[in-house]
Design a protein around this ligand. Structure first.
Ligand code: ZN
Length: 171
């Protein structure tokens, strides 16, 4: 699986709910975990690899497979407080900015066995969950940047747009 880069249209298209956790979903999750580990990412969402379904992988301790988690149809059901921190994204190389998100979240999801799970997350895990769930809604970090951070990243975004155009021209 290849990680899609901005401005690929999959990245701004909301993903579909997964109706059943079957072998296809488990196979996609396995491939996503490999792609995430190779990129040393903290998280990866289905749309980032061209899989238009509500599936996310998370590992807030990259390099340690023990930290790998997969969630199907994750949904934020509770938010508490606010926290601001710098974020980047595997689909937006060389783009970084500060984002204010909920400090704590409660998330309902399904695991790969098809069982319901409830997560109470704070600090980095809360941030990564919100970032990945944004991807499922077709929302990228740039949409949450302040005007200053948007301006600061304009050159990097233009470079990514140009690279995509050139790649399309070669096909
Ligand atoms: Zn991302």
């Amino acid at each position: 699986m290849k990680i899609l880069k901005y401005p690929h249209p999959m990245l701004t298209t909301p993903a579909d709910r997964i109706e059943a956790v079957d072998d296809d979903v488990r196979a996609a999750a396995e491939e996503m975990l490999i792609a995430m580990a190779e990129a040393r990412g903290l998280g990866l969402a289905g749309p980032q690899v061209g899989y238009g379904k509500r599936l996310i992988c998370i590992n807030i301790t990259p390099g340690s497979p023990d930290g790998e988690r997969v969630y199907v149809n994750p949904e934020i059901v509770g938010r508490e407080g606010e926290a601001t921190a710098e974020e980047g994204c595997l689909s937006l190389p060389h783009v970084n900015g500060k984002i204010t998100r909920a400090a704590k979240v409660t998330v309902h999801a399904t695991d790969l066995k098809g069982e319901a799970v409830t997560l109470h997350a704070d600090t980095l895990l809360a941030r990564v969950l919100q970032h990945e769930i944004d991807h499922l809604d077709g929302v990228l970090i740039t949409q949450r940047f302040s005007a200053i951070d948007k301006a600061a990243n304009a050159r990097s975004l233009r470079a990514l747009e140009k690279a995509a155009k050139e790649a399309a021209g070669r096909r």
